[in-house]
Design a protein around this ligand. Structure first.
Ligand code: NAD
Length: 440
């Protein structure tokens, strides 16, 4: 469903009229393409105070990692600004944030990036914890005011190499619809790919619900990154699943994910195991609770949550997700903020968040597998096209970027989490919502 308002505001009369009327002015977002894989413009690297990041090996320090992100030198109109605030330990240190960003923020190019780097808040030092938590409020507030398709995100890290895949993603056009997010990068196994352009070469990725919509885009993006994709969808969608699989050089698997033995059937279909498991299949059956029959409740909980738990358990128990593997589940902002008419859906998607946070450390420890979630906001798919016009328009505009996301935005975020170098990103729930005004 085309966003006609976005097209209109891209014209001169549209810009004039919407400015006069004080209406939202979404910028056309700059997304990744093979011809233009990197943001045009320079990268400005600033530091508030003294960095807390280790600066030992010359090729593993922050400057080297940032240089590998591929942006040019700063030309006075940066495409990206990275502010290293890892060493801020008290309120006085926060002044350095203002001093660094106040003079340059206006000059950041349209669809540019501001990435703030912080340290994990220290439970033993409440002054450091206060200062580092302040970065979160700063990031989210700047994201809401910066405009022109520019994004602002916070990465908490303890060394630069563990965060390389994350920094590359956030500093690229691939993260066009990710803003106002806080990502924690811990200590994990980092496997730098031989080829950063095809990081999933030689790996197998299974995507549920991939016959259309977001799942199709995820399969396509993982295939672009080199993965052999398995396109799973219900038997009724088999022709579409086959079409997608053929286009991507993968295979289709017709299976209702709610089948009690779905995990075992996937394991049988992939005797060599898999490296990336994307739980994308999902349904809505909206009604306010007072009008909701039990069947609508249980079908949503079954597809969106119970089957994710069942298949994950079965595949991990069978050792079918290989060490270094990645599980990416699909939550939703409705699971974080709640939504009228979606008690069933909100419960199921909040359940996904609970699953990810609990399982992530154990799955990494016992299987060498990370577990993360993407939480889409308003994304232009058949699911959102079915929403009544006025609510759909409100959903599109009520975010810092004043527009809906595209399936590819969720797909790119999934590809970053699935990346072999993202082994230190675990237990995260990353919203792909243009910084929706709903929820945190
Ligand atoms: P969609 O309805 O376009 O596609 C969902 C796919 O899942 C379909 O191909 C469908 O056949 C498949 N599916 C449904 N039940 C299945 C089952 N039992 N077994 C196997 N496959 C099944 O939806 P979408 O908009 O692409 O959403 C994809 C995911 O993203 C869902 O989990 C959804 O809840 C989530 N999400 C979407 C949005 C959005 O704005 N579109 C927002 C937040 C979250």
């Amino acid at each position: 469903m085309a966003d006609r308002y976005l097209s209109f505001t891209g014209t001169a009369p549209g810009r004039f009229l919407t400015r006069r009327l004080g209406l939202p002015q979404p910028a056309a977002l700059r997304r990744w393409s093979p011809e233009r894989p990197v943001l045009e413009g320079g990268l400005l690297h600033l530091t508030a105070g003294v960095s807390a990041l280790p600066a030992d090996a010359p090729d593993a320090g922050l400057p080297a990692v940032l240089a590998r992100a591929g942006l040019g030198a700063d030309t006075g109109r940066p495409a990206a600004v990275v502010l290293d605030a890892t060493g801020v330990r008290d309120v006085a240190g926060l002044d350095g944030m203002h001093a660094a960003l106040h003079p340059v923020v206006r000059s950041v190019a349209a669809s540019g990036r501001v990435v703030v780097l912080g340290s994990p808040p220290d439970p033993a030092d409440h002054h450091q914890a206060a200062a580092q938590q302040a970065l979160e409020g700063f990031t989210r507030s700047l994201g809401k005011e910066i405009g022109r398709g520019r994004t602002v995100n916070l990465v908490r890290l303890t060394d630069a190499p563990s965060a390389e895949s994350t920094l590359r993603f956030l500093l690229s056009p691939k993260s066009a619809y990710v803003s106002g997010q806080v990502v924690e990068v811990g200590a994990g196994r980092i496997t730098a790919p031989e080829d950063w352009a095809r990081p999933l070469a030689g790996r197998t990725a299974l995507v549920t619900g991939a016959a259309r919509g977001i799942g199709e885009a995820v399969a396509e993006t993982l295939a672009r990154d080199g993965a052999r994709v398995v396109v799973l969808d219900v038997p009724g969608a088999e022709p579409d699943a086959r079409r997608v699989a053929e286009r991507l050089g993968g295979t289709a698997l017709a299976l209702d994910i709610t089948a009690a033995d779905a995990g075992e059937r996937i394991a049988r279909a992939l005797p060599d195991g898999l490296d990336v498991l994307v739980h994308n299949a999902g349904i809505t059956r909206d009604r306010r609770l007072v009008n909701m029959p039990a069947e609508r409740w249980s079908s949503v909980l079954d597809v969106n949550l119970a089957s994710v738990l069942r298949t994950t358990d079965a595949l991990l128990a069978a050792g079918a997700v290989r060490p270094g593997g990645r599980i990416v589940a699909t939550a939703s902002i409705a699971g974080l903020a709640g939504n009228a008419g979606q008690t069933n859906y909100g419960a199921s998607k909040a359940g996904v968040v609970g699953l990810v946070r609990s399982l992530a450390p154990r799955a990494l420890g016992e299987h060498g597998v990370t577990v993360n979630a993407v939480a889409p906001g308003f994304v232009e798919t058949r699911m959102t096209a079915a929403i009544p016009l006025l609510i759909r328009e409100a959903g599109r505009r009520m975010n810092s970027l004043a527009q809906g996301g595209l399936p590819v935005d969720v797909a790119e975020t999934t590809a970053w989490l699935a990346h072999p170098a993202s082994g230190a990103v675990n237990g995260q729930v990353v919203r792909v919502c243009g910084q929706s005004l709903l929820g945190a």
